[in-house]
Design a binder for this molecule. Sequence first.
Ligand SMILES: [Cu+2]
Length: 216
Amino acid sequence: MKKASLLAASSVAALGIGLLAGPVVASEPSRTTYHADLEPVNHSGGSGTFMLSVRGRTATVTERVSGLASTFDGQPYPHVQHIHVDAAHQCPSPAADTSGDGVISTTEGHPFYGDIGTTLATSGDTSPAAATTLTTAPSGSSFVYRRTFTLDDRTLASLGNGTAVIVVHGLDPSTLPAAAQHEPSDLVPSLPLAATSPALCGPVTGSHGGHHGARR
Ligand SMILES: [Cu+2]
């Protein structure tokens, strides 16, 4: 009998703790939404919109892009794209072309939009390691990019502190000044400069509570 009443007492205690802890559902992370208007950089035409929904570490992107370079060596043109982080939350102006070759390279734009935090790849790795993987870049002059993936610490922090910038890369080489058409890429020297240079750019702004990524 004594053993049975001890069990009963501990069951009551457990129930009490459960009630004190309150509804577990309340701890589910809230959703934060962000967007960016993508505008042309360099000799790109085109434009785009970028929408991002974040819950906890899970990001869902819906992006629409049009008017970019369509083909490269007879194949759909790969447009590597990234969430850049930890700089001025800006897109580069023509004055960023410090080499004077008529093209703002990815490196020349760095002081404005910063490092690569996330690669917006169509499958697989979304880390900076996949930054120039052409086989998982969205391609063609127009595309809709949708993907859900896990954000890393640095990109999550950048979204929170308002420094994230979307950059879509890849220019039509024939639109570049003649000399620049023969320059190697600053990122991947085996590729032409046009292949990796910024084509579209947009600072990311948030809408949740009005304190994420305010426009500057
Ligand atoms: Cu980039």
